[in-house]
Ligand binder design. Structure first.
Ligand code: KIV
Length: 272
């Protein structure tokens, strides 16, 4: 007999742990603005990530490195205004938490106070442990992010699958255990072998959300603009496109231009 799923009026960090215990998969998508966040929340998503992928998707930068704390707060506060149910997690952008734990805490406090978000996400394990602990000590929930960590792209040199070699896989296992031990409420695993992701998800009690990490994790996250097909140049194997909005939007705009030029718009009924 299938068990009825628990209804969450508001998703909290505790709900996510409960979902993992109950074997309910967690759904997570990015959003960076009010209008799309309203649709994502209304559809019933569990977690909205105001990702620093806004640097690529919204600002057109090649990497996530240039986006600033002020810009992340702007995106996050627009998203928070739209939300009735989802948990809102915001990426701490590059350069706002790596150099010292006090600065990390100041950055996290600004996000929480100025945007109204519910948690922050930080890339890395052992090397940012002190920063994460400082943020957690102030009562701010932290989500970790291991595997392909785009803020370190210049160290990796490529966006290929991470942790294929045993040494890097072992380091990732240790980092995941460390993040659990110091009190993170969840971990994103990006672009690693599915078998390793499965092992990690089974080895920790906190939810593990995958992107390009296979199905044996506790939930999935995608970049909204990618899964809606608004972007079309980024085609990793893990990306499932649910729409082709790039084509649909371009066609609609072409039609509008043609209607304006031919005075087919506005019609009698579209004027006063
Ligand atoms: O910034 C982002 O969108 C992310 C996801 C890819 C997990 O970190």
């Amino acid at each position: 007999m299938s068990q009825a799923k628990k209804e969450y009026k508001r998703v909290t960090t505790k709900s996510l742990v409960d979902m993992k215990s109950a074997g309910e998969k967690i759904s997570m998508l990015t959003a960076y603005d009010y209008t799309l966040a309203k649709m994502v929340d209304g559809a019933g998503i569990d977690v909205i990530l105001v990702g620093d992928s806004a640097s690529n998707v919204m600002a057109g930068h090649e990497t996530t490195l240039p986006i600033t704390l002020d810009q992340m707060i702007y995106h996050a506060s627009s998203v928070v205004k739209a939300i009735e149910r989802a948990l809102v997690v915001v990426d701490l952008p590059f350069g706002t938490y790596q150099s010292d734990p006090k600065e990390a805490l100041r950055s996290a406090i600004r996000i929480m106070k100025e945007s109204g978000a519910h948690a922050v996400k930080v890339e890395g394990g052992k090397e940012v442990k002190e920063s994460i602990k400082r943020i957690l000590n102030a009562g701010i929930p932290v989500m970790g992010h291991l595997g392909l960590t785009p803020q370190s792209i210049y160290k990796f040199g490529t966006y290929t699958v991470r942790a294929k070699e045993e040494q890097e896989a072992e380091r990732l296992r240790e980092d995941a255990k460390l993040l659990e031990k110091i009190g993170c409420f969840g971990i994103v695993l990006e672009k690693i072998p599915a078998q390793l992701a499965k092992e990690v998800a089974e080895s920790v009690s906190i939810p593990v959300i995958g992107i390009g990490a296979g199905k044996h994790v506790d939930g999935q996250v995608l970049v909204l603009h990618d899964m809606l097909g608004m972007t079309h140049e980024f085609n990793p194997r893990f990306l499932r496109r649910y729409l082709n909005l790039y084509e649909e939007i371009t066609e609609a705009i072409s039609q509008y231009i043609s209607d304006v030029k031919s005075v087919n718009f506005p019609s009698e009924s579209e004027q006063y």
